[in-house]
Structures are given as structure tokens and as C-alpha cells.
Design a protein around this ligand. Sequence first.
Ligand SMILES: Cc1cc2nc3c(=O)[nH]c(=O)nc-3n(C[C@H](O)[C@H](O)[C@H](O)COP(=O)(O)OP(=O)(O)OC[C@H]3O[C@@H](n4cnc5c(N)ncnc54)[C@H](O)[C@@H]3O)c2cc1C
Length: 318
Amino acid sequence: MVLVYSDNKKLVFEMLNVAVELGKNTKKEVIAVIIGKSDESLAREYISYGADNVFIAETNFETFKAEEYTDILSKVVEETGADTILIGSNKNGKELSARLGGILNAGCVVDSNNIYIKDNNIFAERVVYSGNAIAILKFNSKPAIITIPPKAFDPLKKDEKRKGEITKKKIEAEKSQSKILKVQELKSEGVNVEDAEIIVSCGRGFKNKEDIKLVNDLADVLKGKTVGCSRPIAADLKWLSEDHWIGLSGHKVKPKLYIAAGISGQIQHIAGMRDSGIIVAINKDPEALIFKSADYGIVGDLYEVIPKLTAAVKEKMG
Ligand SMILES: Cc1cc2nc3c(=O)[nH]c(=O)nc-3n(C[C@H](O)[C@H](O)[C@H](O)COP(=O)(O)OP(=O)(O)OC[C@H]3O[C@@H](n4cnc5c(N)ncnc54)[C@H](O)[C@@H]3O)c2cc1C
């Protein structure tokens, strides 16, 4: 069995694509898991995106706690006999997968973007050394646990006619030793770069916080309205919130159009946006690394180029 779990349903849709492929190659069924309250409409959605069956592990837990969820998931693995476990690689998923690996004494590959079967073995690839190399890992034990980051795979086409079985079962989990004392929401500007189709990003080439208006204006006329940035803008200067931060330690994005202005193109930034459809770079240094990753490069001062580009797009778009 190939088992798929995430607390983020979009990630489950994406992971089902690779799960279906693995299931076909190993002649195994694909099971999507829901932990918490019974949600049959979500279960049906999982089936329409490729799951053969959905296992709803009913619990009374209101919030995610890694210890408890690991206990539940390990019981689901035992019950279903799953030998390949795909987990969405968000914060909760990473903690869950590591703990599950510990409990099941199983190997765990984090952040894989390619999984395949060769000579009856499962292989998982992951990008290492900030995108400079790809590690190919083979599992020597079962089950194989693999976490998959957002956007690594596209979901399959939704097929509402697909049929699958939904199993509901109350699973008791050992109460964790820790207690949640306070939940503090992360300060957010409500930006979602991961789902954006057009992103205009700014870097250290901007001299002042106020100048980011140039990027906002260009994003506005492109109807993308999504502004991204390099790490120094969010982490060091704090001109924008971390929602905008793109790269290895920020968000991984895959827009149709990515415009990088005043960004040098260090590998840690590229790691977050290399899968974009078309990349346009604006930089005054013709030797800037970003041009190596760009489809179109504009060598020039961003303070001159961006207003001209904004005006031209405005005219074209009416
Ligand atoms: C473990 C680790 C994780 C990291 N994670 C990330 C990450 O997730 N995301 C990330 O972005 N970085 C990350 N970094 C940092 C990364 O290595 C770079 O330091 C950072 O990306 C540089 O940001 P920048 O391109 O904005 O600035 P700089 O490298 O300073 O580049 C500024 C660019 O602007 C150009 N410029 C200057 N003035 C103008 C002008 N007027 N017009 C046009 N161009 C101009 C310059 O030519 C230059 O190329 C990480 C680093 C480490 C070690």
C-alpha cells in the first residue's frame, strides 16, 4: 500500500499524483489518510484526485500535536500494512515523518521531488548543497517514509466519477506528555507567494523601504499583485514580512512569471524560484548570477527600468 498524509489538502492532491504512479508500478493500492474529524466530502475529493481508498482516523484531538499524530499514523500504517508512506513536507509533516521514522525504525527521506521504482527498490531524489547537487537515495528497509514539498508535483486531473472506499475508524492515541500553553498567530500580511501566478520580487538593489512601491506598482499592473523578496529584505532589513521571502529557507514558488529586480541570484534564492515558468531579471550588473537563470535579462538601473516597464505594461494591458 502507498499511504498519503498531510494536514494540507492541496499537498495531498499533489502527492496523490506520484502515489498513483508508484501504486501502478508496484501494483499496490493508494490510501489517503485523514486524521481528526470525519470529513467524507474531503475523502471523496481525495478519491477524485487518485486515491483508491481513504482511511479516516477519527480522534478527539482539536489541534495537531506531533506525538499524538505520530502514534495515530503508526497505528494506521500497522492496520493498512502500508510500505510506502508519503507525507506533506510542511512544518507539521516534517516533525511527524521524523518521529514516525523513529517509532517504526524506518528510513525517512525529507523533501524529495522525484520518487521512482527501479529493480523492485524505491528511490527518492532530493536537492542538496543549496541546489548544487541531487542526492539519490535507496531504501534498505520498509516502510519507506518520504516527505514531499509543495509544488513538487502537479495534481492529476480531478475525476469526480472515480470510485473508492472510505473506511472510518476511531483510533485511540496515547496522550502526549506536552501541553500547548498558548497559540500565537504568525504576523502575516495575507500574502500567498506559493500560489501566485505572477510574482515581482525585490532584493538588496533597493535602497529604501519606500522604494518597494515600484515593485508593488509593477505587480499591480501585471494583475499579479504578489510581491516577493530575497532573504535580506525580509530577514535582515524587515521591509517585508516573511510571507514574501523566497528561497531555500523561505517559500518555494512556481509562478508562470517571476520578475527579480535588484536580486543577485545566489543559489539560495534560485532554489526557491527555479521552477518558475518565465524568469525576468533586472540588474545593473551584467555579470550578476541571476542572468544565468533568467529567460529574459534587462541590464540597467531598476529605478529607471521598473517605472518604464510598469508604464509599458499599463499601456499594453489597457
Ligand atoms: C543557509 C542560507 C540560506 C539562505 N536562504 C536564502 C533564501 O531563502 N532566500 C534568499 O533570497 N537568500 C537566502 N540566503 C542568502 C543568499 O545567500 C544571498 O545572500 C541573498 O539571496 C542575497 O540577496 P540579494 O540578491 O537581495 O542581495 P545582494 O546579493 O546584495 O544583491 C543585490 C543585487 O542588486 C543589484 N543592484 C544594486 N543596485 C541596483 C540597481 N539600482 N538596479 C539594479 N540592480 C541593482 C546588484 O548588482 C546585486 O546583484 C541564504 C543564505 C544561507 C547561507
